[in-house]
Design a protein around this ligand. Structure first.
Ligand SMILES: [Zn+2]
Length: 424
């Protein structure tokens, strides 16, 4: 209703018959730019988008506590004119916009969660054309972009061939481990019915992520009998096993292409300077764009940890008990790729380039990891006019009008093109 009130029903109806929507798969699909009347409408929505952006940003969404922002986003989707809005069992917000055909859905998504813990003060401030606040770009901007695209589709009475499913996901960041998008693709009501996925998750409208860097993260628990540092001297020590494991892990050779990495990152354990510990834990982060390389690395890391345990058990007395290894998988983001020659990639490159951005392909770890790993075409794109200091309290967005609107146009142009939009 809001959108119609803003634009005027008559204008919207008039536009429905006059907006030249790009013809589906017609020989020279324009140059991918948003049609001028829609671009003008997007520009007219600038103040509204900024207001939405501020409202979303100032509604906290700490890891695993996205419910308040989810409720707000669900209401905003209803206000944008979408009727079928719900929140699934994992906490994702879903809004279905039916298509001309009842086939696989095209998901357009942004993430609800931030990296900032509960209690972080979040007030948006302005410095010239810059807006500053934790999480304003990552990913409040993506959520606000979805809203304006939905409003314009509704106001112009545009239909798409596939149903569009607008989604706000939970758990994209850090320990969330992609729990929202994983649920969407494997357990939710639309599991098995998603044909393509577009995640909007950065402020660079030239950056098109078509490759998913996968990660496997372990907490390796080394357990032993423990004892007095003086009285029990000579018994096995989990600390020794862990140290040997780190040495072994850091001797693993990995490919440089695709970039494959590992790091021992966090250690914990021990109770007192005069006690041989009964527990030491080591966190290890592993990443690669190649699922096979990541699998080999994982096997090598676990083998190095096991070798560390064996070495310690061989080096000292096991009379009071042996050292054992308990590896817990604490992070799992699968690798994958959408081929550079896929039509969705071509559509995104055209749209970004046509809007004046330096369109280029990139790789990252985002919500698209899940569909890419399942072989479902997926991209993560940027929107808006750039920003920086992501994941810090000094995060900011550039909001200079012309460039910002150009950035917003990219995602909408991709949707119109890929989902074959047409007047009702
Ligand atoms: Zn993000």
């Amino acid at each position: 209703m809001m959108a119609r009130a803003l634009m005027g029903m008559a204008a919207a109806l008039a536009l429905a018959t006059t907006v030249p929507v790009m013809p589906a798969h017609a020989g020279e699909k324009a140059q991918g730019a948003l049609p001028a009347p829609l671009h003008a409408q997007l520009d007219a929505q600038y103040d509204r988008v900024i207001a939405d952006l501020i409202r979303i940003t100032e509604t906290p969404a700490p890891p695993f506590k996205e419910a308040e922002r989810a409720a707000l986003f669900a209401q905003m989707l209803r206000d944008a004119g979408l009727d079928d809005v719900s929140i699934d069992a994992e906490g994702n917000v879903l809004a279905l916009r039916p298509g001309r055909e009842d086939g696989p859905v095209f998901v357009v998504s942004a993430h609800l969660d931030t990296v900032f813990p509960e209690g972080t003060p979040i007030t948006v401030t302005r410095e010239g054309e810059r807006l500053l606040a934790p999480g304003i770009g990552d990913d409040s901007l993506g959520l606000a972009s979805l809203l304006v695209w939905a409003r314009l589709l509704e106001a112009n009475g545009l239909t798409t061939r596939q149903p569009l499913l607008f989604v706000g996901t939970v758990g994209e960041e850090g320990a969330g481990d992609l729990r929202g998008v994983r649920y969407l693709f494997t357990k939710g009501a639309y599991a098995g019915r998603i044909g393509a996925f577009l995640s909007v998750d950065n402020a660079d409208a030239g950056r098109i992520v078509n490759a998913a860097v996968g990660s496997r993260r372990y907490r390796l628990a080394f357990k032993g009998p423990g004892g007095h540092s003086y009285g029990a001297f000579g018994i096995v020590n989990p600390m020794g096993a862990m140290a040997e494991a780190v040495r072994g892990i850091h001797a693993i050779a990995v490919p440089t292409e695709p970039k494959t990495t590992y790091a021992a990152t966090v250690v914990a354990g021990g109770t007192s300077v005069n006690a041989i510990p009964d527990l030491v834990t080591l966190d290890v982060d592993m990443r690669s764009g190649d699922p096979a390389a990541l699998g080999q690395l994982e096997n090598a890391v676990l083998a190095a940890a096991a070798a560390g345990v064996a070495a310690e058990n061989g080096a000292r007395s096991t009379a009071a008990g042996t050292v054992t290894l308990d590896p817990q998988l604490i992070g799992d983001r699968p690798a994958g790729k959408t081929p550079p020659d896929h039509p969705l990639v071509a559509s995104a490159m055209r749209a970004s380039h046509a809007a004046g951005f330096a369109a280029r392909l990139d790789q990252s770890s985002t919500d698209s990891n899940i569909p890419m790993s399942l072989g479902i075409p997926a991209l993560t794109i940027g929107t808006g006019a750039g920003g920086g200091r992501t994941h810090s309290l000094e995060e900011y967005l550039e909001t200079g009008r012309e460039r910002f609107v150009a950035g917003l146009s990219v995602g909408l142009a991709i949707i119109l093109d890929h989902a074959e939009a047409a007047p009702k």
